[in-house]
Ligand binder design. Structure first.
Ligand code: V47
Length: 395
């Protein structure tokens, strides 16, 4: 959508580089990458085996080079971020996933559930006219009815009519439907009526049932996640998609996950952005596992960019990766950093040492110093036009 003229959007596509016309020089010491590079230059689709070769290659720089080639073919130097605010209305959750440090059982003294007024106040704190998105994700609360969530969104829309509401993962949508004894389609209609504009990408974790049964046993299975996304897209919602990596999954599980997303995207075109999420083990039942290394994170970004040829964007979520790794990822396939966030709970409960939020200026610095062009976007990737007076606080 970036590049659309009128309605105050920049014509930023003009800043894009033109697509290379010939195959550029590519060097690798890993002969398995040669035929993959040929496919990348010809814009042919990569296979399952290609995905495995990319994960297993000893030449991670060559993998990154190819991903960067694709990223520049798609976006030139443009690199997106947004001014958003996270809201986590409750951490009370029936699921007890081993991957999670955020959820609490009902009755746990550290559990919380925001009263609606509190959620609206929390949305307003740190808010300025610059905020374009509320990102809402929370626990699967055993008692809160669907109406609580509908009222939450309606109240936000009344108070902040211009802010895009990106709310409820496919897991939450399916859970709310079951609790309300509605179909997924009926639930999606109610969410749309209340003011939900799009959905975040969480809850996908890893689709492999072997892994899912260990890390998130009580969540909907992979097929249900994909089907809920399919239904949401068919209703006209855009959504994101994630993959949680760096725990007990293997390379086959990762390739399988990416190709399942690619297949749904072929059908619906409803995914905007793919976000690989590095597992943070601290304070989870899986805290014996090591944290991911920098090169694992970078390779994950690169392989995602190469396999997901029908996804417009790959996000290096700075909160998860750290600003330093996220910045490097901008030269290895990523074209988006996410946003200001303001207050993050899910990864910080799991030991993240990143700041809770970043200013617009800090995000622009990361992007510019990576040799890229920062573009502030809204949730649907329209460029946002700013004047200095747009900012009433330091975002
Ligand atoms: O699904 C939970 C992950 C996700 C941990 O759409 C963890 O723009 C790592 O949906 N270590 C929820 N990850 C977050 C989410 C999201 C985040 C950023 C951007 C977008 C977007 C969506 O957080 C969960 C799960 O995969 N998660 N615990 C953990 N210990």
């Amino acid at each position: 959508m970036i590049g659309k003229s009128g309605n105050g959007y920049h014509k930023v596509m003009q800043a894009k580089r033109s697509a290379p016309t010939a195959s550029p020089a590519f060097r690798t010491h890993d002969s398995r990458l040669e035929p993959i590079a040929a496919k990348v230059f010809a814009q042919d689709r990569l296979s399952f085996d290609d995905g495995m070769a990319l994960y297993q290659s000893s030449d991670v720089l060559a993998v990154g080079w190819l991903a960067n080639h694709v990223r520049e073919r798609m976006h030139g130097d443009l690199t997106y971020f947004n001014v958003n605010r996270h809201i986590n209305p409750t951490n009370v959750c029936v699921a007890a996933c081993k991957l999670c440090a955020f959820g609490r059982k009902k009755g746990d003294p550290n559990g919380y559930t925001m009263a609606l007024e509190e959620a609206w106040t929390s949305a307003a704190s740190g808010y300025s006219e610059a905020v374009t998105e509320f990102h809402i994700v929370g626990g699967l609360h055993p008692d809160l009815p669907l109406e609580y969530f509908l009222d939450l969104v309606k109240g936000l829309k009344e108070r902040f009519p211009k802010v895009h509401v990106k709310a409820f993962t496919m897991v939450e949508v399916a859970f709310l439907a079951r609790r309300a004894k509605l179909t997924i389609n009926e639930t999606l209609d109610k969410l749309r009526e209340a003011g939900v504009d799009s959905m975040p990408g969480g809850g996908a974790e890893i689709f492999s049932s072997r892994v899912r049964s260990i890390i998130c046993d009580h969540k909907i299975d992979g097929n249900e996640w994909l089907e809920t996304a399919r239904l949401a897209h068919k209703k006209g919602f855009k959504s994101n998609a994630t993959m949680l990596y760096g725990h007990i999954e293997n390379d086959e599980d990762r390739v399988d996950h990416l190709l399942k997303l690619r297949a749904v995207q072929d059908e619906t075109g409803g995914f905007q952005t793919f976000i690989p999420l590095a597992f943070h083990p601290e304070n989870t039942p899986l805290d014996h596992l090591p944290v991911t290394t920098g090169l694992t994170d970078i390779r994950q970004i690169a392989v995602s960019r190469l396999l997901l040829d029908n996804f417009a964007h790959v996000k290096a979520y700075w909160q998860m990766l750290t600003p330093k790794i996220a910045q490097i990822a901008l030269r290895f396939g990523a074209d988006d950093l996410d946003g200001t966030v303001i207050e993050e709970k899910i990864y910080h409960d799991a030991g993240a040492t990143t700041p809770q939020g970043m200013t617009r200026k800090e995000l622009c610095r990361l992007i510019t110093e990576a040799g890229r062009i920062p573009v502030e976007r809204d949730t649907l990737y329209h460029a946002v036009t700013r004047t200095e007076t747009s900012f009433s606080v330091a975002v």
